[in-house]
Write a protein that binds this ligand. Sequence first.
Ligand code: MLT
Length: 236
Amino acid sequence: MKTIEVCLTPDLLHQYSVVEKVAVVVDVLRASSTMITAFAHGLDRLMPVAYVEGCLALQRLGYMSAGERDGAKVEGFDFGNSPYDVMNGDLSGKSLAMTTTNGTLAIEKAKSAKKLMIGAFLNLSALAERVKELNENTLIVCAGWKGHINLEDTLFAGALVSKLGDHFEMKGDSALAAQLMYNTSKDNLYEVVSQTSHAKRLKKLSAEKDMRFCLEPDKYDVVPILDSEHLVAQPS
Ligand code: MLT
C-alpha cells in the first residue's frame, strides 16, 4: 500500500522526500481555493510566482495578474486573491500569473515532486479520486502562514486523509493529528475556522464571505496540476 503524509508547513518540507512523491499543495484561505475557482471558470493556465516582481514581469508579457500580500491586493494587479475576483473576471481562455504570501511559495518549494496538484475543500472529492488513480506515495503540503502551521490547511489535510484512508497507509503523526482535528471539527467547520488568525485577518479586509465560500466542499471537480511551469486543469 502507498503512503499518505502531511507536511504542516513548507518550512518542514526538508524532512520529506518530495521528489519521490505526488504533492498536494493546499492553501484553503485562499490561494488554492482561488486557483481552483479560476480554472472552474475557464482559465487556461496559471503561472504560480513566488515574488511580486516576477508577476509584474509576466503582466508586461500579456498575462493577467492576481495576488496579495498579507491578504491585500497588490497595487497594479488585475485581481486580488479572492475567488469572487476570478469568477467575475472573464478569465476564460486566458493565462494568469499569480503570487500570494504563502500559497505560491509552497508551490515553489514543492515543485520538484513527481506530480504537483492543488487542493482545497472546493475540489476535495475530485482531488481524492485523482490521488487514488495515481496511486503513488503522496504528501499533502500545507502552505501555513509564514512558516507557521495554520488550522484551516491542517483541517483540509485531515479531510483528504480521511477520504484516502482505505487506499493509503497513513504515515507519521501529523497525518493522524490532522485527521483527528478534522473529525472533531467537520460538523462545525465554519465556526472552528472563524477562530483562526487568518479568518481574523480576512475579517479586517472585509473578506469574510471568501472564507464561507472556500469551506464549501465539492463545489468544483477541477484539479489543477503543474505541467512544466504552469498549472493546468487537466494532466497533459
Ligand atoms: C496566502 O497565500 O497566504 C493566502 O492565500 C493569503 C490570502 O488569503 O490572501
